[in-house]
Design a protein. Structure first.
Length: 112
């Protein structure tokens, strides 16, 4: 069972995909772990869960959820976001991550 989605129409939910160079995998893993700790302290951050693909050591995924668009915008504008992107970029194919914006599925109520 994965992270719970809020089901709120205001929530911003996404998956970030990062593909490292072969020599960059250790650096990307370390940077993501450090970044996770900082993002989880942001007001409005509900989830920030990075993981490495079991079958492809150069492939990393991050599940992110923010309470609303303002919380996500504040995340994008944070100094630690800029620092992370500057530090991780040289270790990634294409120099950046790919964001996949998701629409949370509504929760069924208990009477379902």
């Amino acid at each position: 069972m994965g992270p719970a989605m809020t089901g709120s129409s205001d929530a911003v939910v996404l998956i970030a995909e990062l593909t490292s160079t072969v020599v960059g995998t250790t650096a990307v893993a370390r940077l993501l772990a450090d970044y996770r700790d900082r993002v989880r302290q942001e007001p409005g951050n509900v989830a920030f869960t990075p993981g490495a693909d079991r079958d492809d050591p150069t492939s990393f995924w991050v599940y992110e959820e923010y309470a609303d668009a303002a919380a996500f915008q504040a995340h994008l504008e944070s100094a630690h976001n800029e620092e992370f992107n500057r530090a991780v970029g040289p270790h990634l194919h294409g120099g950046t991550s790919r964001l996949r914006m998701l629409t949370p599925l509504p929760r069924e109520d208990a009477d379902g």
